[in-house]
Design a protein around this ligand. Structure first.
Ligand code: GLC
Ligand code: CA
Length: 491
């Protein structure tokens, strides 16, 4: 287990919309380099960078054409080297995105695989034996190649399913990256793999290679099933915005019939923390000392929380994330409360995800400092509405989400009890009631996201370390005002 994960706080950077250094309207690696100090000031000591490899961009780069080549629009491999060098000198690690389950249909391997004659690449993707064979339970593309067969698709039609164990990891680890976030990590073995035993076998082998050759590199999975993925050798696994998952219960749930929000962190108070804990405690227990659950503020596939939550709700939700065990991830722009931009035309396979991928808002110059290109040449429009927050304004506002998060992250770094391995014990959690109170070593965290005063029995004698809102200890009760998170230290 890489030691640095014990106190890692990640920042996710979407390269196309973070910072454009050369005015072509698309973010790039030199742009990222110029903002590394910013990431450090936030308190993040690690970055997850979304794919920057050569690609036809049918899925924003998750359709890789050449795994070892940097897409021209982002820069060169020397830029990548320089980015790593500078990040490392600032104490920031960078993990890259690894897409092992599929390639672009423009990848050279696939171009060869779809040739009619048998060749070295024929078996590198999954083909039926003839075009007349097309079992409907598989997502096959039929009759569009010279090869007499249909091929399996892993995600979009431009992403044929890869059937190959490969060596791209060593290439980038040797360049100096600090590990990988693995895209659709559960999708390696394409035929029925129920609980994924065969996929897990492959990952265990990869983890063994990493332990031997790159023991300090991290493996993070997009899997959303920590019991299985961490058992398979991943160091961290995300809780994602999937049905009935912890992330959704906390931050997204809606009543299926009425459409009303039932997320735990909604101020309407209709959530159920015990539904979250049922899953979380079991996952936490099963993965203890083996790997970490990663909470995210959001990611490039999910609507930003501000679509549902106002500023105070978002502050409480994000602060909570950084008070939890495991390795947390902050999605670029969430720290200033960037909006999910409605009504955008899909860009590069973004579809409903597009509104979450708009350019970072840095300052009050043109395009909020993202790019010097004319506004109509930008990769996606910048939110220039009157209430669009920028980093510059947020830094100056003591009440901003940004300053709140900086403080919370600073406290986390200063106290091992609050970091990845710190303990987690439920003190007060009652079905459909608030507040929620839990203990982490010497600390107590009490959170009342609702817009009502809430109280709970409470028997600890504490000092307040940090607080959003306010609370009072009345006899053997803790009374919390509406929308409060209190970090307390036991005397
Ligand atoms: C993952 C990525 C997503 C991509 C998909 C296919 O879910 O996060 O953005 O579209 O995999 O690679
Ligand atoms: Ca650029």
């Amino acid at each position: 287990m890489p030691n640095w994960l014990k106190d890692a706080v990640f920042y996710e950077i979407y390269p196309q919309t973070f910072c454009d250094s050369n005015g072509d309207g698309i973010g790039d690696i030199p742009g990222i380099i110029s903002k590394l100090e910013y990431v450090k000031e936030l308190g993040c000591n690690a970055i997850w960078l979304n794919p920057f490899y050569d690609s036809p961009f049918m899925d924003a780069g998750y359709d890789v054409r050449d795994y070892k080549k940097v897409a021209e629009r982002y820069g060169t491999i020397d830029d990548v080297r320089e980015m790593l060098k500078k990040a490392h000198s600032l104490g920031i690690r960078i993990i890259f995105d690894l897409v092992p389950g599929h390639t672009s249909d423009q990848n050279e391997w696939f171009l060869k695989s779809k040739q009619p004659g048998k060749n070295e690449f024929s078996g590198r993707y999954i083909w039926t034996d003839s075009v007349w064979e097309a079992p409907p339970q598989y997502r096959l593309l039929c009759g569009i190649t010279d090869r007499d067969g249909n091929y399996l698709v892993n995600f979009f039609s431009s992403q044929p399913a890869l059937n190959y164990g490969f060596n791209i990891m060593r290439f980038w680890l040797d360049v100096g990256c600090d590990g990988f976030r693995v895209d659709m990590a559960d999708s390696l073995v394409k035929n029925e793999d129920g609980e994924k035993p065969e996929t897990c076998k492959i990952w265990k082998g990869i983890r063994k290679m990493m332990d031997e050759e790159y023991p300090d590199a991290a493996l993070v999975s997009e899997w959303c099933n920590p019991k299985v993925s961490i058992g398979a050798g991943f160091h961290c696994d995300f809780y994602l915005d999937h049905d009935n998952n912890g992330y959704r219960i906390l931050f997204r749930n809606k009543d299926r019939k009425t459409g009303e929000t039932t997320a735990v962190f909604s101020k309407n108070g209709k959530g159920d923390i015990t539904a979250f804990l049922d899953e979380y405690l079991s996952d936490l227990n099963a993965t203890k000392d083996k790997g970490y659950i990663s909470f995210i503020t959001c990611n490039h596939d999910t609507p930003r929380m501000t679509k549902l939550f106002d500023k105070t709700e978002a502050k409480l939700a994000y602060s909570f994330i950084f008070m939890m065990p495991g390795v947390p991830f902050l999605y670029y722009g969430d720290e200033i409360g960037m909006k999910f931009m409605e009504g955008l035309t899909s860009k590069e396979g973004g579809f409903s995800r597009t509104g979450t991928r708009t350019p970072m808002q840095w300052d009050d110059t043109a395009n909020h400092g993202f790019s010097s290109a004319p506004a109509d040449k930008l990769y996606l429009p910048v939110d220039t509405s009157d209430d669009a927050v920028t980093v510059k304004a947020a830094l100056e506002d003591p009440d901003s989400i940004l300053n709140t998060l900086k403080k919370v992250i600073e406290i986390r770094h200063a106290n091992p009890d609050l970091q990845s391995d710190g303990e987690f014990e439920v003190i007060y959690a009652v079905k459909e009631k608030y507040p929620f109170i839990f203990k982490r070593g010497e600390f107590i965290i009490a959170v009342n996201p609702t817009n009502q005063e809430q109280s709970a029995p409470f028997a600890f004698d504490c000092d307040t370390v940090y607080e959003l809102g306010s609370h009072e200890q009345k006899g053997s009760y803790m009374v919390m005002s509406a929308q409060t998170l209190s970090l307390l230290k036991i005397k």
